[in-house]
Design a protein around this ligand. Structure first.
Ligand SMILES: Nc1ncnc2c1ncn2[C@@H]1O[C@H](COP(=O)(O)OP(=O)(O)O)[C@@H](O)[C@H]1O
Ligand SMILES: [Mg+2]
Length: 238
């Protein structure tokens, strides 16, 4: 099986080399848990190796996203055009008479359309929740099912970002915890959960757990996630 390395030390070991190509992975976590940063890191690292990636942003405009990622040390210029950002909100504003353009159509049109000139192999959707809200899902479970099937047909390795209330999982029985609102956790091939945990009196530790990854034997415990000039996952609670 071909795998897409994440270039996160420790995480690729947990995943047995990376994410199986073509998997759809839900990256779930509360705001500030570095979902954006971590998935951008994967795109950036792949792009440096010549693998094209598309970052579809609905949460932040391009300038705000780049401000953040360049601040982390990921220079878009270094990727030689192999990493592309689709700022759907700004795009929609620019389209004349687009006020009525349904978000879901726009998302599909551009995500599909870009492929003709830019054949990306990795896709990040930031975020699934924003798309759901903007597209005004009336029957969330059915529409989520159909969206994920559509994404699957793209044939890319995909990261779907999901916001989750901070207290949704912590303390819950991990076997029964839900990682998504509309059962998308059953539809996706993988789930990576990010969280911030109180450490000591004042500190917080970032943690990551691979909840599920089809085609992979992985350990399912939480590991420390550290960012300093790149990401690192350390076994146990180092
Ligand atoms: N230069 C930096 N170095 C380390 N951490 C940073 C840096 N800049 C921002 N952060 C951290 O990144 C967090 C935001 O990460 P982000 O990927 O946007 O989270 P999410 O997408 O999950 O909301 C901030 O709350 C801050 O803790
Ligand atoms: Mg984000």
């Amino acid at each position: 099986m071909k795998r897409l390395p994440t270039n996160v030390d420790g995480l690729d070991e947990v995943l047995g080399g990376g994410v199986p190509e073509g998997n759809i992975v839900l990256v779930s976590g509360a705001p500030g848990t570095m979902k954006t940063s971590l998935t951008y890191h994967v795109l950036h690292a792949r792009a440096l190796e010549g693998v094209r990636g598309l970052y579809v942003s609905l949460e932040q405009n391009r300038a705000s996203l780049l401000d953040h990622t360049e601040g982390l040390g990921y220079r878009l210029d270094d990727t030689g055009g192999k990493l592309s950002i689709l700022d759907l909100g700004t795009l929609r504003k620019k389209l004349t008479g687009s006020a009525e353009q349904p978000w879901m159509d726009l998302f599909k049109l551009y995500t599909q359309g870009i492929r003709k000139s830019f054949d990306y192999r990795v896709l990040v959707l930031d975020s699934l929740d924003a798309l759901e809200i903007l597209a005004k899902f009336r029957e969330p479970r059915r529409e989520m099912f159909s969206l994920i099937r559509w994404i699957r047909d793209l044939g890319c390795t995909t990261f779907l970002l999901g916001e989750l209330p901070a207290d949704r999982i912590i303390g819950a029985d991990p076997r029964r915890a839900a990682y998504a609102k509309h059962k998308e956790d059953y539809l996706v091939d993988g789930i990576v959960h990010l969280r911030l945990v109180r450490q000591g009196e004042f500190g917080m530790q970032r943690q990551l757990r691979v909840v599920k990854m089809r085609g992979t034997r992985h350990d399912t415990g939480y590991h420390a996630l550290v960012f300093d000039n790149g990401f690192r996952v350390t076994r146990g609670f180092a």
